[in-house]
Unconditional design. Structure first.
Length: 273
């Protein structure tokens, strides 16, 4: 069942003559896990903001669970159904204590105090931050802050979370923490859409969309997309390291494709355990 649909979506920033998103049509099923990749300026972050209703298309339509993002009357409902986590967690953290920060959004939605308590506890448990509930947000590591930002969105109980380069400012350990959290959220039934320039993170998704000049250049499983090494390189992108190695060893195309998909699947399984 399609949860988010984009039909011939175009977006032009004010003062620009170039379309940041140029006629994109995509749909995302409920409970799916999708990675969006592309070089800087490819339109991937703009697309992310469009599909969760932060931006309204210049033309075309985006619907979230059947709600048109261009209709201002739908804004509150869309925010409850689809949340967004940004690159810098400091821009989303508003309280000095972890549990107070996570409670901020449901409090503003008028949720009952007892329900807020339950949501905060559940959200912190989901991102493995329960033991930090009383800690100062300013003393957390980058990865921990990002997990608190995710918990803040989870407390709103959305059906979908869009991550806009949420690991870009983190070290490798922090990136692994957040990637594992994304997979766990998806296991819980949440639709996950992540914008990233880290190919190994994208390989952990079930679907990869490659953006180029505001359009969709590729769309498929990680094995299908990352096997197209030459095309990725033409777009100034690379495949995950294991796939690049297989390609540089000049294995036959069919064998390369199968092995790449198999290795990606195995590497993803390791991360999940």
């Amino acid at each position: 069942m399609n949860f988010i649909s984009a039909e011939n979506v175009r977006y032009i920033y004010e003062g620009s003559l170039t379309e940041a998103v140029a006629g994109v049509s995509l749909s995302f099923e409920k409970g799916s896990y999708t990675a969006i990749i592309g070089h800087n300026g490819s339109g991937k972050s703009t697309l992310a903001k469009l599909i969760c209703g932060i931006f309204v298309p210049t033309s075309g339509t985006v619907t979230v669970d059947g709600l048109d993002t261009a209709d201002e009357n739908n804004l509150v409902l869309i925010r409850e159904k689809c949340g967004m986590v940004f690159q810098n967690p400091d821009n989303q953290i508003v309280s000095s204590v972890v549990e107070e920060d996570v409670a901020f959004a449901p409090e503003n939605l008028g949720v009952e105090p007892s329900e807020i308590r339950r949501r905060v506890d559940d959200a912190l448990a989901a991102v493995d931050m329960s033991e930090y509930a009383k800690h100062s947000t300013y003393k957390l590591s980058g990865g921990q802050k990002q997990r608190v930002a995710i918990a803040g969105i989870l407390a709103m109980q959305p059906d979908c979370i869009v991550f806009d380069e949420a690991t870009a400012m983190l070290d490798p350990a922090g990136r692994r923490e957040i990637t594992a959290a994304l997979r766990e959220l998806n296991r819980r039934g949440i639709t996950v859409i992540t914008v990233t320039h880290h190919m190994n993170e994208a390989a952990d998704a079930d679907r990869v969309i490659v953006m180029n000049r505001g359009t969709v250049a590729m769309d498929g499983t990680p094995g299908e997309v990352f096997a197209r090494v030459d095309e990725l390189r033409e777009l100034s992108l690379s495949a995950p390291q294991v796939t690049e190695l297989l390609y540089d060893l000049e294995l036959p195309t069919a064998l390369h494709t199968m092995q790449a998909a198999d290795i990606i699947e195995k590497e993803s399984a390791k991360k999940c355990h």
